[in-house]
Write a protein that binds this ligand. Sequence first.
Ligand code: MV4
Length: 461
Amino acid sequence: MSEPSRPLRKVLIANRGEIALRVICACKDLGVRTVAIYSEADRYSLHVRFADEAVCIGPAKSSLSYLNIPSVISAAEITNVDAIHPGYGFLSENSDFAEVCHASGIKFIGPRPDVTRMMGLKQIAREKMKEHGVPILPGSEGILESAEHGLEVAAQIGYPVILKASAGGGGRGMRIVREPSELPGAYAAAQSEAASAFSNGDIYCEKFIERPRHIEFQVIADEHGNVEVLGERECSIQRRHQKLIEEAPSAAVTPELRKRIATSLKKAFAAIGYSNAGTVEFLMDTDGSLYFIEVNARIQVEHPVTEFVTGVDLVKAQLRVAQGEKIAAIIGGPVKINGHAIECRINAENPVTFAPSPGRLTALNLPGGVGVRVDTAAYTDGVIPPYYDSLVAKLITHGRDRTEAIARMRRALDMFVIEGIHTSIPLHQQIMADDEFQRAAIDTHFITRFLERQKSGAAGQ
Ligand code: MV4
C-alpha cells in the first residue's frame, strides 16, 4: 500500500440514506472517523446512528438542509473534518460548493471544481472527448448561435436531431426535431426552458438516436494523472429518466469494444485533469456503435454492480484518491471483469401507478445468501419521509454469468419483505421473469414495451 500523503482523519458525509451509510462503511474500513449531517426529518436515520458524530443542519426541506451550503460548511467547521464526501445528488456536482470547501480548507472528495464545471457544460465535454478520440455523435461544434444555425447543422447531419441544453443533463431540457419546420419552435422552447431551469439558455444539437441502449463506463483517476476504466454498466431499463435496473457488464459490449472505449477514455480523462470517480454515459446505436453523451462527475447509485464484477471498492477508492494515493496501489493489478451483476432499485412507490408511497416500514426482511448484497438505510419501524427520493434499498446480485445473477435476483426478491408501504419489488419480479429481459433484448424503450405487454396480458413465463 502506498503511503497516503494527506491521510484523512475525519470525513463529513453530505448526504443521507443508503449512500451516506455506504460512505460510512468505506470510512470504517479505512479507519477514518465520520460525521453525519441530518435534517429534522432524518433524526432517527441509520446514518446518524452509525457515524461517530452527527450534526442537525436544518429542516426537512432539502433546500434548507442537504442543499444549504453555509449549513453544511458550518457543520464541517464545527466538527473539524478534513474532507467532505458528497455522495450522489444534492451538492455532489456543484462546483461552487467544491470551491467553498477548498476555500475553507476542507478537501472536496470529487474532481477539481474547474473540471466538474467544464463537464457540466455538455457541449464543452463533447468537444473535449472528441479532441481525444472518444466517439461522439454528429452534431454542432459548440453551441447553436440561432435557429438558422440549427437548421444548417441539421441539414448537414440529417433528421431527426435532438436539441439539448448545454447546462442540462439527465434528460431535462431536450427537444427532438423530426423535420426543418419544427426546428425554430423547438429551439425557442428549449432555449427559454433552459434559461429558466439552469440560468443558461445555451443549446447544442446532435443526431437523434431512436432506440439506443444506455451504457456507461466507470472511470477512477488519481491526482497524479493516472486513469483506470472499470468496465461498463448497462442502464437502459429506465422510466422517465429514472433508472430501475442496471447490470455489469453490458451484454452488448464485446471485449474489443470495451478495450477501445477504455483506451480513448484514459487519454481524454488524463488530458482534462480529471480525478476521483466519474461515469461516462454513452448511447449505443442498433448497429453496436457507442457514442459519448455526457460525464457524471460523482459516484453513482448503481456503482455496486461494478464493484461486484471488478472487486474494487469504489467508495474506498474515492477516499484513497483524496488522500493522494495512486491508482496502481488502489486497484492493485489489471482490471478483470468477473461474472455478472444486476441491481434492482427498490423504490417506495406504487408498482402500477408509480405514485410515491412514503410511510413507516411495519415489517422488513432483507434477503442474503451467496451473491446477494443489499445497500439500504431501512429498518423495521423506520420511516421513508416524503421529502427526498423514493429509493428504499438497492438489491444487487452477482453470479458467474447473467443467468445465475438473474436466478439469485429472483430468489432474493422472493425473500425481500417490506410491509407498510408499496414498493417496486413486484415490478422487478415481473421484469426478471420477462422473456425480452432474459434475452437481454433491452434498450431505453424496454419499460414502455414491457408495460404494454403486461396490459395486454402477454406476461413472461
Ligand atoms: C439522446 C437520445 C437520443 N439521441 N441523445 C436522455 C438523458 C440524457 N442523459 C440523454 N438522453 C438522451 N439523449 C441523442 N443524440 C435519447 C436520450 C434518451 C434516453 C437516454 C438514455 C436513457 C433513457 C433515455 C430516455 C429517453 C431519451
